[in-house]
Ligand binder design. Structure first.
Ligand code: BGC
Length: 388
């Protein structure tokens, strides 16, 4: 077996986590080989390093918190670090986790190709490495990948754009509306493996409509390299949208109908540009172009409720966190975590076994059902646009 430690406590902790997840607690006493109280309280399960990219986007804060509390509930100690989107900081944080004796690592990378040195050291020490949400590339030293079906996220983004334009209905059937509509395209950070999946998924839906003339992209910028947004920065997207508006739309007869945006932070920058540089009205009903998104960030959920942004993609980070906890515990018990995809995520060195979750399209009329009823956001948070 490849991994360093199979702690007696690990088995009890794993079961405790599973049972706690199923029954809401009170688990584990019959398997508690440590004698250390009930299953949820064990503290000898080991140390797990959790490396998250940034705190500037609320999803990563929620991810970090959910992974930490899931691991702690299962009896593990957690070293949770955020790297302010700075690659050397993330490298150093992972170095420290290894030095401090981490038994497993859960890593959401900033740049998927810059952690090879750290991960080689971790592998050398027998530490299992779980790639969290973003695939770590160009290394054999990544054992498992937990994420959403990222291609499908892109399909959903593009589909929701077509729904907003009127080309598809909400069941994603064609309405017969043939436009033509003018759209512009944005993609995420080129060093994030997910960004290409999102874009390719979206283009698999949009390209046939571009080819048939239902859609056109007046800026002419359709290649990933032209539309990517380094580090997913809102201000970078806003600036690019302003430049496109000034060069192609403002002062002409060309009207923009929709924007493919892969992330809510970018969407907010794009909406600013549309309103203040493009001169579009503040709401969709009045003429604001259809803008998509991702992550169901609270500020954007409010914009959707207020008819400013059209859609976002809800990826339930609680489920992703739970999956990463399950995978980490499996490794620490000497088992292989269960994968549901062993074909799609080639990191350049190997195909990484993956567990992929499903996502949902959020529109104004299903915020209640998807986000409030599920307890992801409260009604007050949606009304105020702020997490409490
Ligand atoms: C995540 C998205 C997120 C983006 C920006 C991607 O890797 O999958 O959910 O919107 O990073 O943080």
């Amino acid at each position: 077996m490849k991994f360093r430690k199979f702690l007696a406590a690990g088995a009890g902790a794993a079961l405790a986590f599973t049972l706690a997840a199923c029954s809401g607690g009170g688990a584990g006493s019959e398997t508690d080989s440590t004698g250390g109280g009930d299953g949820g309280e064990m503290t000898e399960g080991g140390l797990i390093g959790v490396a998250m990219p940034t705190e500037t986007s609320e999803r990563w804060i929620a991810d970090g918190d959910a992974v930490k509390s899931g691991l702690e509930a299962a009896g593990y100690e957690v070293d949770l670090q955020f790297a302010a989107d700075d690659i050397p900081t993330q490298q150093q944080q992972i170095d420290n986790m290894i030095t401090n004796g981490a038994d497993a690592l859960i890593v959401a990378s900033i740049d998927g190709t810059t952690l090879s040195g750290q991960l080689a050291a971790a592998a050398e020490a027998g530490i299992p490495i779980i790639s969290y949400d973003r695939l770590i590339n160009e290394t054999e030293n990544v054992d498992f990948y937990v994420s959403f079906d990222n291609f499908e996220v892109g399909v959903q983004q593009a589909s929701s754009l077509l729904v907003g334009l009127g080309v598809l209905d909400k069941d994603l059937n064609e309405t017969g509306d043939e436009g033509p509509y003018n759209i512009e395209l944005f993609a995420g950070s080129p060093d994030d493996n997910n960004a290409g999946f999102f874009f390719n998924g979206a283009m698999s839906v949009l390209q046939p409509y571009i080819d048939s003339g239902v859609l056109s992209v007046p800026s002419g910028q359709t290649a990933f390299d032209q539309v990517a947004t380094l580090r997913w920065l809102q201000e970078t997207a806003q600036k690019r949208m302003e430049d496109i508006l000034t060069a192609t739309y403002v002062g002409t007869d060309t009207t923009l109908d929709g924007v493919l945006s892969p992330y809510d932070g970018l969407s907010r920058g794009i909406l600013n540009a549309l309103e203040f540089t493009g001169g579009y009205p503040a709401t969709i009903a009045e003429g604001m172009p259809i803008v998509t998104g991702q992550d169901a960030e609270i500020a954007s959920v409010k914009l959707i409720a207020d008819d400013v942004q059209f859609s976002t993609i809800f990826k339930d980070t609680r489920k992703l966190a739970e999956q990463s906890v399950t995978a980490a515990i499996a490794y620490l018990n000497g088992e292989e975590p269960e994968a549901n995809n062993t074909t799609d995520y080639d990191n350049g060195v190997k195909i990484v076994p993956s567990y992929l979750l499903e996502s949902d399209i959020v529109y104004a009329d299903n915020i209640q059902e998807l986000l409030i009823d599920s307890g992801y956001w409260t009604e007050d948070e949606v009304a105020s646009g702020q997490a409490s």
